[in-house]
Design a protein around this ligand. Structure first.
Ligand code: ZN
Length: 369
């Protein structure tokens, strides 16, 4: 790498600009600088600058630092998340620096940012819902960041990320070209994706997914450390509906490690349920089965043919699986118990009982086998 130039790292907060920058500097024998740290040395904590003097004062300080660093060489520069969204700063730093944008999935950024208590104080994420703010800010910056060479960071160690950047630099030296980053950011592509491109990708997260991740962090914070046996201590397997109003563990007074819970639409006994219960009994020593249907079930009172026709109309093909719709919950519990008792793969069963759960009262009503 030519020490008469700089390497500039940009990207959203939590993408590892500082960690990767330090490694990269050590690797190349460059000096590492962090623009936020320079500003804090001169003007005090960033949060205080925002609070007392406003964002404009912080941006002015950034422009001053960018202009200074653009005059120096042999640097690895980690920039504040918004610094390279400013065309003046890009002009200052891009003149002598090769710019890389570190990218991460929003879930990963949220995880990293919230794992670092100091960072959640960052003024741009101040507010009641930092998760939604991350999504919003990432969307706003997509095009501005997009003009720089993208370096993926998900599931990669800082060392691997630094090595990736070194490989890009070596390729630059080999072909003598560097992207012109001082031209304006490209306009956003028009319209939503269509056809196969419209399929959801794993990395596209909705607000509900973010909420789930946040909920999990709270859950994990109070999670009792320790290891439970993989074999359910009550030797029990519960088959029930996926209905959102049934909290199986709470409804049955179960704790973690006490029972298997097998759920599907209706809580019906399909071949796959038999597969699960068979493994539950054969390998994990459960012996008792509870079958629980419930009131107001989504597949109660409809006909298989009616739903299959709707599926065919919507998706253009008919599935090989049955719907297992039923008219009467208690009657279908009886049918399910019979099916379980007759399965050649469930002969280890010692007891089967059936219930209908009332979603309005939380009570389980026994069904006579
Ligand atoms: Zn249901």
């Amino acid at each position: 790498m030519d020490p008469s130039s700089n390497i500039v790292l940009t990207g959203f907060m939590g993408t590892g600009k500082t960690t990767v920058g330090r490694l990269l500097a050590a690797e190349l024998g460059f000096e590492f600088v962090d623009t936020d740290a320079i500003i804090e040395d001169r003007h005090g904590p960033i949060a205080a600058i925002f609070a007392e003097r406003g964002e404009a004062a912080f941006r002015a300080a950034e422009r001053e630092v960018a202009a200074e660093l653009g005059e120096r060489t042999g640097l690895v520069v980690a920039t504040g998340g918004r610094m390279m969204l400013d065309d003046d700063n890009v002009a200052s730093l891009g003149r002598t620096g090769r710019v890389f944008c570190l990218v991460a999935n929003p879930d990963e950024i949220h995880r990293r940012v919230t794992a670092d208590a100091a960072r959640i104080e960052r003024p741009l994420l101040a507010g009641p819902d930092p998760r939604s703010r991350i999504i919003e800010l990432m969307a706003e910056r997509r095009n501005a960041y997009g003009r720089f060479t993208q370096i993926a960071t998900d599931d990669r160690t800082p060392g691997v990320i630094a090595a990736d950047i070194v490989a890009h630099l070596a390729a630059d030296t080999a072909d003598g070209t560097v992207d012109d980053v001082t031209s304006p950011a490209p306009a956003p592509a028009a319209g939503p994706p269509v056809g196969r491109d419209a399929r959801p990708r794993m990395v596209d997260m909705t607000g509900s997914t973010y909420d789930a991740i946040a909920g999990n962090r709270d859950y994990a914070a109070d999670f009792p450390a320790g290891h439970l046996d993989v074999r359910p201590s009550r030797r029990l397997a519960v088959i029930t509906c996926m209905d959102s109003r049934i909290d199986v563990h709470a409804a049955l007074g179960l704790k973690l490690g006490e029972a298997h819970v097998i759920r599907n639409a209706g809580g019906v006994v399909t071949d796959d349920v038999i597969r699960s219960v068979c493994l539950s009994q054969l390998r994990l020593d459960t012996r008792e089965i509870l079958v629980i249907h419930h009131t107001d079930c989504g597949i109660q009172g409809v006909e298989d043919d009616e739903i299959l026709a709707e599926i065919e109309e919507t998706f253009g093909e008919r599935p090989s699986w049955r719907i297992h719709a039923f008219a009467d919950a208690a009657e279908d519990v009886r049918r399910s118990m019979k099916r379980l008792s007759e399965s050649p793969f469930l002969t280890l069963t010692e007891a089967i009982s059936g219930f209908v759960f009332d979603v309005d009262t939380g009570r389980l009503e026994p069904v006579d086998g």
